[in-house]
Design a protein around this ligand. Sequence first.
Ligand code: XMP
Length: 321
Amino acid sequence: MEIKEIVTDDLDTESFIGKQVKEISSTVGDGLAINALSGGVDSSAVTMLAHKALGNRLKTYFIENGLMREGEPERIVYLFKELSVPVEILDAKREFFDALKGLTDPEEKREAITRVFYKDVFGDLVKKSKAKHLLQGTNYTDVEETVAGIKRQHNILEQLGIDTQEQYGYKVIEPLIQLRKSGIRKVAKDLGLPKEIYSRPPFPGPALAARVIGEVTPERIETVRKATTIVEEELSHTGAFQYLAVLHQDRVTGLRAGKRDYGLQIEVRCWESKDAKVGSPTRLPHDVLEKLSERITGEVEGVVSVTYNITRKPPSTIEVV
Ligand code: XMP
């Protein structure tokens, strides 16, 4: 099916919201639907649209995959509670880490996350809940990049020829598929979501696993999680499109307490971009870079080197895996 983009400048949010709410209602009928909320602007907007359409016939889950940032599950559940939308946290850490064990190839890691998410975790939930529909926040850029073969976004299914009904036992509804991120932010704002959500920097579906080069283990995730907290604290004032920490696979020689320490490397990226299609590194002042380096090497165990990416997208991509 050909998907037609709605350009943000042409978007009438009120009529878009009305149309999507109607469509969700008529597709789901009097049945149940479920969705996963990560707290990103896309899944948050979908949650609000579906909540408007279905009320308590929507069951929203926060999948605790062990790959999220510090305190993220609790914060998101709290924010939605304030909006009277109940969200249940589902602990699936073990399933995700088991599936990622031993994998180093980026596409194999993405595929493992997709499989655990849609088949194991959701397949199970859908069976138990008897829901026939899953709502998700796929956007136009996800489709475009996956179809072009640039990077497989974890939420792309139908466009890759995957029949979810046949493979997983449920249908997928994607109300935001014609919009870019900037359009989704406008819709999210008009749906009454707080600024913390509608202006949130993007965060990838595979979460911190997209920021670990090589094998994803609980320990390596903890390292990148700590570095991410520091990067977010130090760079949120920049207003940049996205800023992130990456854990490299290679170790480098460092020096601690007068001794050789063959330690870990963290790469920092900070992006100026409109829609993630192209981007350029933010020209951060040197004292900001130095503070990042001091905090990361001082506060994150095992790290002896911090670098800053100075390459544009393309040829770089925003995430590293
Ligand atoms: P790239 O790395 O392709 O990222 O330049 C473009 C935008 O998409 C986000 N991103 C992802 N989002 N699943 C997602 O849901 C993914 O696998 C994924 N990879 C990248 C990225 O953060 C950026 O905003």
